[in-house]
Design a protein around this ligand. Structure first.
Ligand code: NAP
Length: 545
């Protein structure tokens, strides 16, 4: 096939990539540019990953469109016109398809194919990847680009199978849409997906009953159409803006007010919060002061502000009390950004059931029972989230050196070096894996950084005839400790959230993402500059000696 390595000739592919979302598509593009033979397996019938599956009404990105896009090709970012400040799911999916066509990715994408297992052969330095069509292929590199929020958390309520109505999951929404006209709908879950879909379902349904376990903080998105002038202004300085985001802790252009919330008077704080609430809105809200995510006392000030807002918006005091997160820490669970969520509870056809103290008892043939009370419904919508960060990785039976099982290795939580690799699994790379900033950053920027890092690494390994790369044990242990140390400087570990895996029954509670995109990027650069410090590189001469 080529003159790089005889090992290449023994593999079906240089690299197999799992997932054709934004990470997998870019990974394919980059590796093909390097002349590698790549196959991407995707369980869906199209590209787009999370945006392929999450088609629920109101699905929209809460990172600004001009930032939630690829940056690898200036021509692409100049030619694409995002219509709104925050893009709706259909627009993002259109963009994903445009990219697949523009870079002629489709010949190397194999849809409707689920990867079941991947097994490393120590002697041949090859991965064997088995798929649900009964076939298997070999590859030198195995790259999981499976996303962080891609395996649904589906609570197993007693009696669910007996329910006679329709059941939907926001994370796997019917492609033809759903008509709720004249229906009584139950919605379970009030995270981003539930909060986004509630106003839309309420508009259509005869009755909507929202079942809330934990009250959530949400701020108005302030979405609106983008003007030509706004788009052009960004495009004129795209390079500069992209560089700027690479230097930011959340890889996004939050307008940070670089003072402590506790250093100003209560009146001044309120003025700043009001300005953010009414003006920029969205996740920018948490940049109102520089210590909201680091100092519990500072966080309380913003929590009180939002609780007051909920009470001002929601007319029924009982509903307002249930919706307002008392003693909550803003941003500890990921902050939501909405359009008319709390206002929806002022509609006559919307009810709210608090299931925090009495959980949902069972699903009956005709509805949902809580605390002995039956709520008759025709449809149930589950917006109950994901087995985040590790769900998709452990969904594949991955076996490394000597048959080591990733599921077993990570039984007490994921262990990686830089969220890129894990000891015992040579040449397995994870795009935005646990231990990398991923979900605590603009995902498109994290994907850009990881895909570039992985493809540069593969070029490095191939050029030096390295057969296998994996972390050193000490580097992995040190990184896992560091991820936790940094998290402990923040308010993140102070509540139950999917960042900690505590939303999934039985999952070990451990903080998974890395806080601080800019420091992470600097660390990666150092590691590379020091000859992949912390990684063990097995060279051909050593292997054959
Ligand atoms: P989520 O934030 O994990 O919310 C799941 C909801 O379901 C929570 O309210 C949870 O309650 C509830 N729940 C789970 N199991 C339950 C049970 N057995 N009984 C009752 N309630 C139960 O999931 P999500 O809303 O899909 O969002 C996940 C993440 O996806 C977001 O945080 C965000 O990162 C991303 N996302 C982003 C956007 C956007 O860009 N705007 C949109 C959608 C999703 P508890 O809180 O008590 O666990």
């Amino acid at each position: 096939m080529d003159d790089r390595s005889p090992i290449t000739t023994r593999a079906d592919f240089d690299a197999v990539v799992v997932g054709a979302g934004f990470a997998g598509m870019f990974m394919l593009h980059r590796l093909r540019q390097q002349g590698l033979k790549v196959r991407v397996f995707e369980r869906g019938s199209g590209v787009g990953g999370t945006w392929f599956w999450n088609r629920y009404p109101g699905a929209r990105c809460d990172t600004e469109s001009m930032e939630y896009s690829y940056q690898f090709d200036d021509a692409l970012q100049q030619e694409w016109n995002w219509p709104e400040r925050y893009s709706a799911q259909p627009e993002i999916l259109k963009y994903a398809n445009h990219v697949a066509d523009r870079y002629q990715l489709r010949p190397d994408l194999q849809f409707n194919t689920q990867v079941l297992s991947a097994t490393y052969d120590d002697a041949r330095h090859l991965w064997t990847i088995a798929t649900n069509d009964g076939k298997a292929v070999s590859a030198r590199y195995f790259i999981m680009a499976t996303g962080t929020l891609s395996v649904a958390n589906k609570p197993k309520f007693a009696g669910l199978d007996s329910f006679k109505g329709r059941v939907f999951y926001t994370s796997d929404w019917p492609h033809d849409g759903v008509d709720f006209s004249g229906r009584r709908v139950a919605l379970i879950g009030t995270g981003s997906s539930g909060i986004q879909s509630t106003p839309h379902i309420a508009e259509q349904a005869a009755r909507l009953t929202v079942f809330q376990r934990t009250p959530n903080f949400s701020v108005p998105a302030r979405n609106r159409p983008l003007t030509d002038d706004e788009r052009n202004a960004t495009k004129a300085r795209y390079g500069e803006l992209r560089n700027f985001t690479y230097q930011q802790p959340f890889a996004t252009q939050f307008h940070l007010n670089d003072v402590s919330a506790l250093s100003v008077s209560a009146e001044e704080r309120r003025r700043v919060y009001e300005e953010r609430w009414n003006g920029l809105g969205g996740l920018h809200f948490m940049a109102a002061f520089n210590d909201l995510m680091f100092n519990g006392e500072a966080n309380k000030t913003v929590a009180e502000f939002i609780v007051d807002k909920i009470h001002a918006i929601v007319k029924d005091p009982k509903k307002a009390e249930i919706l307002a997160p008392r003693n909550g820490v803003v941003g500890c669970k990921r902050l939501c950004s909405d359009t008319g969520y709390f206002e929806t509870f002022n509609r006559d056809n919307v009810d709210l059931v608090d299931v925090s103290r009495s959980p949902i008892e069972e699903v009956t043939e005709t509805g949902i029972r809580v605390d002995g009370i039956d709520y008759p419904v025709d449809d149930i919508v589950f917006a109950t989230g994901f087995d985040a960060m590790t769900g998709a990785l452990l969904g594949v039976d991955i076996r490394g050196r000597n048959g080591l099982s990733l599921r077993e290795k990570w039984a007490a939580g994921p262990r990686t070096y830089l969220g890129l690799q894990t000891v015992g699994f040579p040449n397995l790379f994870m795009v935005t894996g646990p231990g990398s900033p991923s979900v605590l950053s603009n995902m498109m920027v994290s994907i850009d950084q990881h895909v570039n890092l992985i493809s540069d690494t593969i070029r490095y390994l191939d050029s030096r005839e390295v057969l296998a790369m994996e972390p050193e044990q000490a580097a992995e242990d040190g990184w896992v400790s560091h991820v936790n140390e940094v998290a402990d400087l923040t308010v993140y570990p102070t509540c139950n959230s999917w960042y900690l895996g505590s939303n999934v029954p039985g999952k070990t509670r451990v903080f998974m993402p890395y806080v601080g995109f800019n420091t992470y990027v600097a660390r990666c650069k150092d590691v590379v500059a020091n000859g992949y410090q912390g990684f063990r590189l097995e060279r051909r001469d050593a292997a054959t000696a």
